[in-house]
Design a protein around this ligand. Structure first.
Ligand code: GLV
Length: 309
């Protein structure tokens, strides 16, 4: 079995050595832009070049080194019937839950105010949080959204979830499809986006959507930058429709130096770190699936290319 590793890691041996340990009989190759075809059976990729699919014609499956496969689906000549497998959780969901909780607490527990008070030596106690005043709505209920929703519900926040198709989740009120968005949004003050980026979800967080949230609304975007209409976010902040936003993903990454988001007090910016790909867990998951696929067994996480996730 031949496996081709195609990700812009300057130290690919960090991946290829443990992959070889897990699959000793496999031959492992690192993508060489100028090299010949290796006739790989499997490719492990992150935002691969289009040349991959021109050169490698017998790929049985491609494993994406991330949960979101928009970067892969953007490749111009992606073969129509290619089996694409995305990362499922692999340690990312718990990190996301932690990140979202942190950003929620920044708002609900007034952490910025207390930091400011410390700077000026002020000891002042604000009234305790009423959880009923901080209902959270999670868009996207895959592995990540589900973990986020459960974590916050376990902390007694009132949590609802919205997904493309109906989902049941204990302790979480769920809504489905575009027609139930208008019920979901008014029940939400803190909107958390964990959706995959597809043609249906691009630009979904726009002025119209933000204006349906409860007063004092907070946005936490850990999905993709293209979900958010950036000018609409600024307008919603200017008009007081939105109280604050925590953004981990952006249309252009790194966020350009001159971008207006940098100047806004109400926006917390992090550089796409809400959930890092954990190498050991990722390698274990992917090599396990390669082993199963090669043995003719069904594997989970196979992407429906038409659906987009
Ligand atoms: C990261 O953004 C991922 O899609 O896993």
């Amino acid at each position: 079995m031949k496996i081709l590793f195609v990700a812009g890691d300057p130290k690919p041996e960090r991946w290829t050595v443990p992959i070889k340990q897990q699959l000793p009989s496999a031959e492992i190759f690192v993508w060489d832009p100028d090299g010949p075809a290796v006739d790989a059976d499997y490719a492990i990729v992150w935002q691969p070049p289009a040349a991959l699919f021109e050169r490698e014609k017998h790929l049985k499956a491609v494993f994406n080194l991330g949960a979101g496969i928009d970067g892969l689906l953007n490749v111009a000549n992606l073969p129509e019937h290619l089996t694409v497998v995305r990362l499922e959780d692999a340690g990312m969901a718990v990190q996301m839950a932690e990140y979202v909780l942190h950003q929620l607490l920044e708002a609900s527990r007034e952490m910025e105010t207390y930091r400011e008070q410390q700077r000026t030596g002020v000891w002042k106690i604000h009234r305790p949080i009423k959880r009923s005043e901080w209902p959270v709505g999670v868009m996207g209920l895959g592995h990540i959204g589900t973990r986020v929703a459960r974590t916050l519900a376990d902390l007694d926040y009132q949590v609802s979830g919205w997904a493309r198709t109906p989902r049941r989740l204990e302790g979480v009120s769920t809504y489905a499809g575009p027609e139930q968005l208008c019920d979901f949004l008014p029940s939400t003050r803190v909107l958390v986006n964990t959706l995959p980026l597809t043609d249906e979800t691009r630009d979904i967080i726009n002025y119209e959507l933000l204006s349906q949230l409860q007063p004092g609304a907070v946005l936490i975007n850990v999905g993709r930058g293209e979900h958010l209409v950036e000018d609409d976010l600024l307008r919603a902040l200017d008009e007081g429709i939105l109280h604050r936003a925590s953004l981990d993903v952006f249309r252009k990454e790194p966020l350009p130096e001159a971008h207006p988001f940098w100047q806004r007090q109400e926006i917390t910016i992090t550089p796409h770190i809400s959930a890092r790909t954990l190498r050991d867990a990722t390698i274990e998951q992917i090599t396990g699936k390669i082993r199963d696929h090669a043995a003719g067994q069904a594997i989970s996480g196979v992407v429906d290319i038409n659906r987009g996730y």
